[in-house]
Every structure is written in structure tokens, then in C-alpha cells.
Design a protein around this ligand. Structure first.
Ligand SMILES: [Zn+2]
Length: 374
């Protein structure tokens, strides 16, 4: 009997045991959907499964050495993936149509660069820009490649599948209705609800749980590489990450600026020292809506922690929370903090809708924050 070995953090062991049993018993579903929070290792698991399915070793899979394993892990085999791309990348010419010697980048070149980034660090949360989508052309390129596949097992990972636009989703649904033999689709998403219900219902759903704080630390260090500075993984950063190594790495890079800025945001909104706060916001480089909303997540965490502090509950980000001085504002109690939290959430959806410049939204938020309690 063939033994399957999928590796990963202990918190996600239960899902892997289930998958290994399906592989061993030769009843692996042809389409699965892995969902769960951002940066917890959905793509990493998808890659492990893809390799195990394509491996031809007679005793242990994946072996890492056979032709199937090599094809599964070769970042140059762009047919293994569908990834979101920016419009200008997705409309680049196909490699097959470019004359030899041309230096123009092809759609496969752009795709390969993304696949290399994912392979280097599958937890990374900022590989694709906010505007990148899976267009119908990308789905058609994928289905066209089936004609050339031959008999070997084919696995296609559709990363961040919720970024399929309507025409892509409808085209993909047709493929899902009749999946070719020896072909498997692995979809990953952190926004399951954005996927067509008809696509969801045709995939086996697997919900990947977050990691423990200790696993987050270990995984972040492991994929961070040699140049990664471990001292940036403070307790606050681990607290902000909520079980996601990808978010830990993201906040390790940004939190040292964002935590003090969030503390300032609260204190200066209360003292109505807007001029100074507005200068700081301008200097912060916060501009891209997706990034501004990540900063607002830090602000939400801080306000939630201030609420916890009032009720004596344990804190998620003790360092930042401990540095907020609320003593001068005894009127700011639980109801003021709860109202502030609602204002932050409202600002996040306003920023996501992109109707107004993100920085203007931040300035409006500071004017509104703790309204009636200043
Ligand atoms: Zn193998």
C-alpha cells in the first residue's frame, strides 16, 4: 500500500489526516476548496496535495524525486496554477505567439514571477495587488492547456479563487461540471462568500484552522529566511497575527510604525490635536486603500484591547495597549470605546469602496472618533 505524507503544523493535523486517508483509499475528490483566514497556509497545503497527487513513487508519496514531483514543484510549469493578475499582465501575449529573440514579457513570464513568490513563501499576504483579478482569459488559457496534457495526473491550483470575475466564474463552472479524468482542482480562498454558490457546491470544502501563537512564531521564522530579523516578532506582532504566520510577517514589517501611530491616533483624536495627527498621517506613507485598512485593523485591535483592559480580560497587544494614556479622559468608558470601534469598521468599508481618498477617510475618522466624549 502507498503511504502518503503531508507535512504541516500540528494545529492543522486533523485536515491532513483526512486528506491522506482519501489519497490512500484512492477516493480523492476532483475539486476541493480550502478556505480559512488570510496567511494561514492554504497555498502551502494546496502545493503539498498537488505534489502527492502527481507523485508516482510506489511506496511513499510525495517522494520529491520522481518526474511527477518535479513537474508539480517546477515554478516554470505555469499550467499548474491560475493566479490573479493585473489587467496589463493578463493581456500580455502568449509565449507561443512571441517570436524568438523578442524581449517582451509574456503572460507566462508574469505568472512565473508570481509562482516563484508563492513557492518562496506561501504564507505571504501581499503577493497580489488589490486590483489583480482572475479574468476569463486566464481560465480559458488553463482549459486550453488540458488538450496537451496526455495521460499523466494534472493538478491545477486556483489561488485566491474569490478573485474570479463573473465571466471567469461562469467559464470555470462549465469546467467543474465535467472535470476531465485524472484532473484535480484545488481552490484557495479567504473570502468563501464571494465565490459563486454553484462553484462552492461542486467542491469539497475544507476549513483550515489558524495556528497557535507558538506555531506562528516557528513558521514565520522558518519561511522568513536568513535575512529575517526574529526580534521583529514581538508579542504584539504575534497578538495581531491571530494564528496567521503570513500576517505575523506582514506586521513584523509594519507594526513598529503602525502601533505608535495607532496609539497617537487615539490620544490625538481625544486631545483634538488634529494638526499634529494629520501631519503624522501624511508622513506615514499610508495611501493604498488595502494597506490603510490593515492599519485600521491595528487600530481596531487596540480599541478592543482597551475594552478588555477595562474588564480585566487578558490583552492581545499588551505593549501598545499599555502605552495609551486614557487617565485624562475618565468619560471614555466601554460605550465610548464600542462606538469608536463601530466608527473604525465603517471607515474600513468606506475605504474599501474607494469612493474617497483613504487619507481623507482617516482624517474624517479622527474627527468623529469619540464624538461626544472629548
Ligand atoms: Zn514523487
Amino acid at each position: 500500500m502507498i503511504e502518503y505524507r503531508l507535512n504541516g503544523p500540528a494545529s492543522q493535523e486533523r485536515i491532513r489526516i483526512r486528506l491522506m486517508a482519501a489519497l490512500r483509499e484512492n477516493r480523492f475528490p476532483q475539486s476541493i476548496l480550502i478556505d480559512g483566514p488570510v496567511g494561514i497556509g492554504k497555498k502551502a497545503l494546496a502545493m503539498e496535495i498537488a505534489q502527492a497527487l502527481q507523485c508516482t513513487n510506489p511506496s511513499v508519496r510525495p517522494c520529491g524525486n520522481c518526474f511527477g514531483c518535479k513537474m508539480a514543484t517546477d515554478t516554470g510549469v505555469t499550467d499548474n496554477w491560475v493566479v490573479p493578475m493585473e489587467a496589463k499582465e493578463a493581456s500580455a501575449r502568449n509565449a507561443a505567439d512571441v517570436s524568438a529573440g523578442s524581449s517582451a514579457k509574456t503572460i507566462q513570464d508574469f505568472k512565473q514571477a508570481y509562482i516563484e513568490e508563492i513557492t518562496k513563501n506561501p504564507y505571504r499576504v501581499d503577493i497580489f495587488s488589490a486590483g489583480a483579478v482572475i479574468s476569463v482569459e486566464l481560465i480559458r488559457t488553463m482549459t486550453a492547456s488540458f488538450a496537451m496534457k496526455g495521460d499523466r495526473v494534472r493538478v491545477v491550483i486556483i489561488a485566491e479563487a474569490d478573485r474570479m470575475n463573473d465571466s471567469a466564474a461562469n467559464a470555470f463552472l462549465k469546467t467543474l461540471e465535467e472535470v476531465p479524468p485524472n484532473t484535480y482542482f484545488i481552490l484557495t480562498t479567504s473570502s468563501r462568500e464571494k465565490l459563486l454558490q454553484t462553484i462552492r457546491s461542486r467542491c469539497l470544502a475544507l476549513h483550515l484552522p489558524p495556528l497557535t501563537d507558538e506555531e506562528v512564531r516557528q513558521e514565520a521564522i522558518r519561511v522568513g529566511g536568513e535575512e529575517f530579523d526574529e526580534s521583529t516578532l514581538t508579542d504584539d506582532v504575534i497578538g495581531l497575527a491571530v494564528g496567521s504566520p503570513g500576517m505575523a510577517l506582514y506586521y513584523a514589517e509594519h507594526a513598529k510604525n503602525w502601533s505608535p501611530l495607532a496609539v497617537d491616533f487615539i490620544e490625538k483624536s481625544l486631545s483634538q490635536d488634529y494638526t499634529d495627527l494629520f501631519f503624522k498621517l501624511e508622513d506615514s506613507g499610508l495611501e493604498d486603500p488595502a494597506i490603510v485598512n490593515r492599519f485600521l485593523e491595528v487600530l481596531s485591535f487596540l480599541i478592543t484591547d482597551l475594552l478588555r483592559q477595562q474588564s480585566g480580560a487578558p490583552l492581545r497587544i499588551p505593549e501598545a495597549t499599555g502605552s495609551v494614556n486614557l487617565e485624562r479622559y475618565p468619560q471614555v468608558g466601554a460605550s465610548a470605546l464600542e462606538a469608536a470601534l463601530v466608527s473604525v469598521q465603517e471607515t474600513m468599508s468606506r475605504i474599501a469602496s474607494r469612493r474617497m481618498a483613504a487619507v481623507t477617510c482617516l482624517q474624517n475618522l479622527s474627527l468623529k472618533l469619540f464624538e461626544g466624549y472629548k
